[in-house]
Write a protein that binds this ligand. Structure first.
Ligand SMILES: NC(=O)c1ccc[n+]([C@@H]2O[C@H](COP(=O)([O-])OP(=O)(O)OC[C@H]3O[C@@H](n4cnc5c(N)ncnc54)[C@H](OP(=O)(O)O)[C@@H]3O)[C@@H](O)[C@H]2O)c1
Length: 335
């Protein structure tokens, strides 16, 4: 068999431009493996790609899909293989694209074993969010390693998003106090269930709430996907030595800031995007996740929050749900 089913973006536009199609099964190259996909995660960047606002990086598949879980069926396992993966193993993988398909090629360095006790759907919900949160909250944001010491706190903007849920779960489980903003009472309740102090941004001021709960000190790290007019307020919500980490600009790219506040309070403003980074960079994150987070998953202390699973052929419905922002946690596709 040389062909597979896949979901392609037929043209930029609304969810119904996603169509089931037939493609040639891709072939793995050096240091790459072929995965027979069981499940794929839907992420907001897939929506931006479908709308024509987020082109795949050079060399990436034109098919959407940044994460999958499935069976490793072929490939080059002879090089650097830190987790000792073999043909027949259940793996989950971070991709630069191509996940909405029955088969996908992934760099071996970006594959991890499916955590013991996890379904394929749960495992496919991990890579994009876990790599992003680890890289931004713990590496760039240095949560727990700044001026506030081991007890440092985190504010997550968009707490009910796939990314937000992961950030709350990991920071809370690792012993940090977590605040999370969300847009309605149901989302706030979900954030609280995961261990966060929730702030409904539609009727509460996150600066006031954070200050009220911290005796005026503020939080040490903010993970932000909104930016825009949130930025000056976020600088006010940070404790001395605090770090503001951008991963998206859903509320706009531009902001006016008080630079003297950054100097006086020794603040750091940073951010990153994951998709176009090197395989070596992503492999280093995979290694960290396996060492530090996989044990939390396998012991049952952290479990991904799955909002809804769609048959892959109904990817358009999955995108429409994501654009409604009614979901809490992950939206998944299943073959
Ligand atoms: N930098 C990176 O490497 C990286 C990697 C992955 C994802 N991301 C970004 O991280 C964000 C979250 O991704 P995800 O897949 O977890 O998405 P998601 O589940 O769809 O979450 C987005 C959430 O953002 C909140 N939101 C706030 N302002 C919004 C606005 N103006 N428009 C739409 N939603 C808004 C919504 O919750 P409320 O209803 O409560 O407002 C929504 O649930 C996305 O922007 C994505 O592009 C960045």
């Amino acid at each position: 068999m040389s062909t597979m089913q896949a979901i392609e973006i037929t043209q930029p536009g609304d969810p119904d431009v996603l169509k089931l199609t037939s493609r040639t099964i891709p072939k793995p190259g050096a240091d790459e493996v072929l995965i027979k996909v069981a499940a794929a995660g839907v992420n907001r960047p897939d929506v931006f790609q479908r709308q024509g606002n987020y082109a795949p990086p050079p060399g990436a598949s034109d098919l959407p899909g940044l994460e999958v879980a499935g069976e490793l069926i072929d490939g080059d396992l002879g090089g650097n293989n830190p987790f000792g993966l073999r043909r027949g193993d259940a793996v989950c993988a971070l991709l630069t694209g191509g996940g909405y398909a029955e088969y996908v090629v992934a760099p071996l360095a970006q594959c991890l074993p499916v955590p013991v006790g996890f379904s394929m759907i749960e495992a496919a919900a991990l890579p994009e969010n876990y790599f992003t949160v680890w890289s931004n909250v713990f590496d760039r944001g240095q949560l727990g390693h700044g001026e506030g010491g081991a007890d440092e706190s985190l504010l997550v903007q968009g707490g009910s998003s796939g990314i937000g849920v992961t950030a709350i779960q990991l920071a809370h489980t690792l012993g940090h106090r977590v605040f999370a903003t969300a847009g309605n009472a149901e989302k706030c309740a979900a954030c609280e269930k995961l261990g966060a102090i929730a702030i409904n941004y539609r009727n509460q001021d996150f600066v006031e709430e954070v200050k009220r709960h911290t005796d005026g000190r503020g939080v040490d790290v903010i993970l932000d996907m909104v930016a825009g007019d949130y930025v000056p307020r976020e600088l006010n919500a940070l404790a001395e030595g605090g770090r503001l980490v951008f991963i998206a600009t859903l509320g706009g790219n531009k902001a006016g800031i008080d630079a003297s506040l950054i100097m006086r309070r020794r603040l750091t403003v940073t951010g990153s995007t994951l998709r176009a980074r090197s395989v070596a960079f992503k492999g280093a994150i995979a290694y960290q996740l396996h060492a530090k987070i996989w044990p939390l998953l396998e012991s049952g202390r952290v479990r991904p929050v799955i909002h809804q699973v769609f048959p892959a052929a109904e990817a358009a419905k999955a995108h429409a749900l994501m654009e409604s922002s009614a979901h809490i946690g992950k939206i998944m596709l299943q073959w």
